[in-house]
Design a protein around this ligand. Structure first.
Ligand SMILES: *[C@@H]1O[C@H](CO)[C@@H](O)[C@H](O)[C@H]1NC(C)=O
Length: 208
């Protein structure tokens, strides 16, 4: 969070100090849920309004919605991508509050849903070309699924800012070189296992 704030301040600083400098910024923001859209929209609004950058919030609709959350960014939507997220998430949401630790099956379901969604986005070439034509200087994406990283690379955007909307999740810590030994550090997401795990719990932690 600190580095994210630092980056935002830096980008805001650019806007103020070099009056004429406005970056083209992409905020890649799938509609996993309204709360994720709100988080991304807040960042987009700060960058657009307070720092005067040209900000596009791209919303691939994982879940169909008219919501955008932003007041100042331009919105580009991709609708009707695939039903896989909504279909798979029905099971996922059923136990979301009740179950303390995600089962293997639900973990796999989430991964499959986001992968199918990502493949379907990549097939929408002409809309992606429209995004490419903005020549974005910087792109933001969340770490919740990896599609944003791939799309940003595909669009040839050189600078990527990876957002974590919660505490540092396993994929992120691994990439950043922060050790999280799975035998005694519980996986962060959807997980109620403690630092003292039985053998079976450790095995389960490996798959989370
Ligand atoms: C974003 O949401 C607001 C509030 O619902 C709405 O007024 C606005 O038209 C939306 N913008 C776009 C581009 O969809």
């Amino acid at each position: 969070m600190r580095s994210l704030l630092g980056t935002l301040i830096l980008l805001c600083g650019f806007g103020y100090e070099h009056g004429s400098y406005a970056a083209n910024i992409l905020v890649y923001s799938p509609s996993y849920s309204q709360s994720h859209l709100i988080t991304n929209a807040l960042m987009a609004d700060i960058l657009a309004e307070e720092a005067g950058h040209n900000v596009v919030m791209f919303i691939p609709e994982y879940h169909e919605t008219n919501f955008n959350g932003t007041k100042h960014a331009k919105i580009i939507r991709m609708s009707g991508i695939s039903d896989s997220f909504d279909e798979n998430m029905k099971d996922f949401s059923a136990g979301f509050i009740k179950d303390h630790t995600l089962s293997f099956r639900l973990r796999k379901l989430f991964e499959e849903a986001t992968s199918e969604q990502c493949e379907a986005i990549l097939r929408r070439k002409s809309e992606l070309e429209q995004l490419r034509s903005y020549n974005f200087d910087v792109a933001f994406s969340e770490q919740l699924d990896l599609c944003g990283v791939g799309i940003i690379r595909y669009l040839g955007i050189k600078n990527h800012i990876w957002i974590s909307s919660g505490s540092m999740m396993d994929g992120l810590s691994d990439t950043l070189g922060v050790p999280m030994p799975i035998s005694y550090v519980p996986s962060v997401e959807e997980n109620d296992l403690s630092t003292e795990m039985s053998f079976m719990e450790r095995a389960q932690n490996m798959y989370l």
